[in-house]
Write a protein of this length. Structure first.
Length: 255
């Protein structure tokens, strides 16, 4: 095995939303970070913006294309750099009634989970070869609680899978000094809502969910990113297999 020259963070889905906010926090902590995203122009823009925060690289990959997923796996398998931190932040969310789901709808979630599964496997092997690491999956409140206003059966099934994966990975990888946790956000203002809400109406639509949260407002990407960076850090070194509700109190009760 080649000697380790650098310990880095890999953020899958790091070009926007919670992934981007997490990248900023990690860079501020002087952790070199590689962000994976789908759109080359967006990646170039984000890399330029993040450069002032620290050492950042971008990696273009469409997680619905097997060859692109394999390229991320191959990158993760290069043990000369220790991927000490992994955040699986890539996501897709488009509320659809159960009766209206098509096979393509379902596969959108299933294929994304498959990509994250095998990327996580490759990164975990890198971590095991280099002395350990920490992984955080981004799950969802919808995996734990159905919300009538946002019918999301296929999405929730996929996120529940990530919650279960968190526990199984934590158990199997603990002997390799790898911790695995997840966060479970409620409504957070991120670009993911642009898939089904016209951009001019996003702020007003999301604001209508403020009172849904006992804390009185929807979340920001930074709210969730702060918890992710804590779970990644040695400050949480006795936490593994946990799914943390980062949801403004929604799972405690709703207004």
């Amino acid at each position: 095995m080649q000697p380790v020259h650098q310990r880095i963070a890999l953020i899958v889905g790091g070009s926007s939303g919670i992934g981007l906010a997490t990248a900023k926090l990690l860079l501020e902590r002087t952790i070199p970070t590689v962000i994976v995203g789908n759109r080359s122009r967006k990646l170039d823009q984000v890399q330029s913006e993040l450069a002032s925060f620290g050492s950042v690289e971008s990696f273009q990959a469409n997680l619905y294309e097997p060859q692109d997923v394999q390229s991320v796996i191959d990158f993760s398998g290069e043990h000369a750099r220790h991927i000490k931190y992994l955040v699986n932040a890539a996501g897709h969310f488009k509320p659809t009634p159960f009766f209206d789901h098509t096979g393509d709808d379902y596969d959108t979630y299933l294929d994304l989970n498959r990509a994250l599964f095998f990327i996580s496997q490759a990164v975990a092997k890198n971590m095991a070869a280099n002395g350990g690491g920490s992984i955080v999956h981004i799950g969802s409140m919808w995996a734990q609680q159905a919300i009538k206003a946002t019918p999301s059966s296929a999405y929730s099934m996929a996120k529940a899978g990530l919650h279960a994966l968190t526990q199984h990975m934590a158990m199997e990888l603990a002997a390799h000094k790898i911790r695995v946790n997840a966060v479970s956000p409620a409504v957070v203002k991120t670009p993911i809502y642009e898939a089904f809400i016209d951009p001019p109406h996003i702020d007003a639509t999301l604001a209508s969910f403020d009172s849904f949260h006992p804390i009185g407002r929807i979340g920001t990407a930074e709210d969730v990113a702060r918890t992710i960076t804590f779970l990644l850090s040695d400050d949480a070194q006795w936490v593994t297999g946990a799914v943390w509700d980062v949801d403004g109190g929604v799972m405690a009760g709703r207004n």
